[in-house]
Write a protein that binds this ligand. Structure first.
Ligand SMILES: Nc1ncnc2c1ncn2[C@@H]1O[C@H](COP(=O)(O)OP(=O)(O)O)[C@@H](O)[C@H]1O
Ligand SMILES: [Mg+2]
Length: 256
């Protein structure tokens, strides 16, 4: 059965999209059939995987709002990674947040859309927008687990309480299965004391919930997205590539 992991943090710029793009590519490289669902209107996962969001017709908006079957919008973005699939987003999605408000069963649109598709994949990663609005709520409701990226910076833990509260509410009401797959430290800089402080603080608060893998700050990771390539196709020898391959292994190991 496919495992659905939602990558969520209402803060922007913490590494959600970088994780969606590079973790999915690493899972696909390990021959795990992996689908990325881009549910952020900014469609950064699309561009990170080399897809021009304006070139796609039907996208996740149509799936959520018009009940277009999910499998009809799925594409294979990179010929080098035949196990990698993408359900694209588009700026259309900006409207979805508002259109959903009055909709019946508005929190379960994505969950229902995924029912027919989930078992065709080993992993499904959902790249969430930077908010706790209905698109993120749909993602949390559809998921088996949440990956929470935390940037090793000032105020890293700010907002985490609110996110955990939202996860708990959804667990109680809409999705009993929902688990915290792990907190992922991103942009860790060994030379920066602050990074070490954030590491200590998160280890103290969430000893059992942190991924062993820590993602370093690595300029190659920020460069590769402008080339529309995941890091393993851009610079396989970089620290960034190694860290996301390690994370993929950690997740695959956890299944056994
Ligand atoms: N480990 C990293 N090292 C260096 N730059 C990174 C790293 N992770 C993300 N970035 C850069 O930080 C910015 C924000 O990351 P992104 O993944 O888009 O965050 P989010 O999706 O949470 O808004 C992007 O410009 C990205 O290239
Ligand atoms: Mg993003």
């Amino acid at each position: 059965m496919g495992k659905i992991l939602c990558i969520a943090n209402q803060k922007g710029g913490v590494g959600k999209t970088t994780t969606a793009v590079n973790l999915s590519a690493s899972l696909a490289a390990a021959e795990k059939k992996t689908l990325v669902i881009d549910i952020d209107p900014q469609a950064n996962s699309c561009s990170g995987l080399g897809v021009d969001k304006d070139s796609v017709n039907e996208n996740i908006y149509h799936v959520i709002i018009e009940q277009t079957p999910l499998n009809t919008i799925i594409m294979q973005p990179l010929p080098e990674l035949p196990y990698l699939y993408l359900a694209p987003s588009n700026t259309d999605l900006i409207g979805a947040e508002v259109e959903l408000v009055g909709a019946l069963a508005r929190e379960t649109k994505l969950k229902i859309a995924l029912e027919e598709t989930v078992d065709s994949f080993d992993y499904i990663l959902i790249d969430c927008p930077p908010s706790l609005g209905l698109l993120t709520v749909n993602s949390l409701t559809a998921a088996h687990g949440v990956i929470v990226p935390l940037q090793c910076e000032y105020f890293a833990l700010e907002g985490l309480g609110q996110l955990l509260k939202t996860i708990n509410i959804i667990k109680k009401s809409l999705n009993k299965e929902l688990a915290i797959e792990g907190i992922l430290l991103t942009m860790f800089d060994v030379r920066n004391n602050l990074s070490h402080q954030v590491f200590e603080e998160v280890s103290q608060h969430f000893p059992d919930r942190m991924f062993e893998t820590v993602i370093p700050r690595n300029v190659r990771l920020s460069e590769c997205s402008s080339f529309g390539k995941p890091i393993i196709l851009y610079e396989i020898d970089s620290k960034g590539a190694k860290s996301y391959l390690d994370l993929a292994h950690e997740i695959i190991r956890g299944e056994k």
